[in-house]
Design a protein around this ligand. Structure first.
Ligand code: 13P
Length: 247
């Protein structure tokens, strides 16, 4: 049995004041009844660690550097994230792949660095519209997944979460239908099972891309969708809560 996991990816949004208001509003609601996490911009991680202390909401980061320490101006290491209280980190988000040059290989190294620091990587995979139209969806997401499993090993991949985020559905208001998402999630799970039956059973596969309170329940009802990675709708505490509790 895989517990639902719903993760907020705030991207480059928020302020000291807005974050405090979000935490106050979210924590005033009933327990969400699932695993929930907030991936905040790195400058706000300390603030969020304080605000979420003692709650059931976990803290996550949006990226991590692949190296342990050293001359990497502007970067943040996995050990630093762990020290500040992060238990999750997103790696390989399509925005980082497209805008900041994150290759499959670098994403795999980032996942490995996170695991070494005791942090659960959320490994994002997803095809562009062009790739979907060319019939390459499963090949693309399998390649992205295999790059990470190959580097961290099947045993350690059990501590990872996968997020399927079709690039064409991110921030567009055009979510994948539950059927389209399920088809890819099932293929990803089959890929995991090829490595070890336990991996297929255990690893959670989240869907991301225009998830909102109105479409979360139908997506989460699919057998291989174990939760969501939420962008825009996670900026409002009430919407994020409704997604967490959607049924
Ligand atoms: P939206 O929910 O805004 O489409 O963003 C999804 C996403 O990229 C989460 O990582």
């Amino acid at each position: 049995m895989r517990n639902r996991l719903v993760v907020a990816n705030w991207k480059m949004n928020g302020s000291l004041e807005a974050n405090a208001r979000w935490a106050e509003a979210f924590l005033a609601l009933e327990d969400a009844g699932c695993d929930a996490a907030v991936c905040a911009p790195s400058v706000y991680l300390s603030q969020m660690a304080c605000l979420l202390k003692g709650s059931s909401v976990a803290l996550g980061a949006q990226d991590v550097n692949e190296f342990e320490s050293g001359a990497y101006t502007g970067e943040v290491s996995a050990r630093m994230l762990a020290e500040i209280g992060c238990s999750y980190v997103i790696v390989g988000h399509s925005e980082r792949r497209a805008l900041y040059g994150d290759t499959d290989d670098r994403v795999a190294l980032k996942a490995k660095a996170a695991l070494a620091a005791g942090i659960h990587p959320i490994v994002c995979v997803g095809e562009t519209l062009e790739e979907r139209e060319a019939g390459e969806t499963i090949a693309v997401v399998s390649r992205q997944l295999e790059a990470v499993i190959g580097k961290v090993g099947a045993e350690d991949f059990a501590r990872c979460t996968v997020a399927y985020e079709p690039v064409w559905a991110i921030g567009t208001g055009k979510s994948a239908t539950p059927e389209i998402a399920q088809e890819v999630h099932a293929a990803l799970r089959a890929e995991l099972t090829k490595h070890a039956a336990e991996l297929g059973d255990k690893v959670r596969i989240l869907y991301g891309g225009s998830v909102k309170p109105g479409n979360a329940a139908s997506l989460f009802a699919m057998p291989d969708i174990d939760g969501g990675l939420i962008g825009g709708a996670a900026l409002k505490a009430q919407d994020f809560y409704e997604i967490c509790t959607a049924h």
